[in-house]
Design a protein around this ligand. Structure first.
Ligand code: MG
Length: 340
């Protein structure tokens, strides 16, 4: 038996237009890779993400380019990490395509062996922390409405990078006792970050995600002087970035499609822990295909931000669910994914 690759394209409406420091989107396109072997199917996702130059079209083209390679391989006797070096060599510049492929391989691997992926990795669902729910940038009344629509989440991640950031957090604090995290998506300077942090800490903010642009030389100053921990996101993309974030950030936000899938994300989480970094696993706006893959790494993390499928008005799959922040693993093998 050998692997068979099939590609599915989806376009799903968002529940609300979603705005961060860089712009607004109203729908999400994704490419879902399906790998088949021995009558089982595994699924992995590459959500189109403009910031990282990933479109459904270029991910499809990249995966069509490795179809011959994949069709000659099998997961019957090896694990996905054994196939990864060849895939990485064939897709050196395309972590989103690699993510869809490795996500599908991990899901299929577990299904072929009748075990959840996290269990094959020796991880327990009970160790997964709760997920935050993300509130995108909008007018303050709309941001309050978004929070009120999801009242029972234990943690909210607030997108910032506006002229009224402190006012946003102060106002939202009036409506919930939940923990806050903030994500400036590269929208601040070093001085602004150091200046905002004490007030944000008073307002119950646990950490600041990626305040500065990746090349900003102020990161050393922020690391030394900031009153809150700083988590790298846009600065922690590929596997080797974990090393360079040590001593410059307090933690890293690993996302499957930035790094190339669940196998690499797991290695990054293990390496980050060795380096004393806090580990977060986040997501793009993606369906339960991508969320279910990311959740398998969840028990290795300190922080989770896996609300991607919750932000969609329609989903493409059943799998791991995120309910009021709780990561609910289905009692199913693989990553638990079935397409709708
Ligand atoms: Mg972020």
């Amino acid at each position: 038996m050998a692997l068979q690759l099939e590609l599915h394209e989806v376009e799903l409406p968002l529940e609300h237009p979603f705005t961060i420091a860089r712009g607004t989107v109203t729908k999400q396109r994704s490419l879902i890779a399906e790998l088949r072997e021995e009558g089982q199917s595994g699924y992995g996702e590459a959500p189109a993400t403009e910031y990282y130059g990933a479109s459904v079209e270029n991910v499809r083209e990249a995966l069509e380019g490795v179809r011959g390679l994949v069709d000659a391989q099998s997961l019957a006797t090896v694990d996905p990490e054994a196939l990864l070096p060849e895939w990485r060599a064939a897709l050196p510049e395309d972590p989103f395509a690699l993510c869809a492929l490795d996500g599908a391989a991990c899901d299929l691997w577990g299904k072929l062996r009748g075990e959840p992926v996290h269990r094959l990795w020796g991880l327990e669902p009970v160790d997964a922390p709760k997920s935050s729910y993300t509130i995108g940038i909008d007018t303050i009344p709309v941001m309050i409405d978004k929070l009120k629509e999801r009242p029972d989440w234990p943690i909210y991640k607030i997108k910032l990078g506006t002229p009224r950031d402190i006012e946003i957090v102060e106002t939202l604090r009036g409506h919930t006792d939940a923990a806050f995290r903030v994500d400036a998506n590269c929208g601040w300077t070093a001085d602004e970050t150091v200046m905002h942090a004490p007030r944000l800490a008073e307002l119950g903010v646990e950490f600041i995600e990626q305040p500065l642009a990746p090349g900003d030389e102020g990161q050393e100053q922020v690391f030394a002087e900031c009153a809150l921990p700083i988590i790298a996101d846009e600065n922690c993309v590929a596997e080797h970035d974990v090393e360079t974030c040590a001593g410059r950030y307090h933690g890293v936000n690993i996302k499957l499609c930035k790094c190339g899938g669940p196998s690499i994300a797991r290695r990054m989480a293990l390496r980050a822990k060795e380096l004393g970094l806090k580990v977060m696993v986040g997501c793009m706006t993606e369906t339960s295909v991508g969320i279910s893959a990311a959740a398998q790494v969840g028990p290795l993390t300190d922080y989770l931000d896996l609300d991607g499928a919750v932000l969609l008005a329609e989903d493409a799959a059943n799998g791991v669910r995120v309910e009021q922040g709780n990561i609910v693993f289905p009692d199913l093998p693989g990553s638990g994914i079935t397409l709708l």
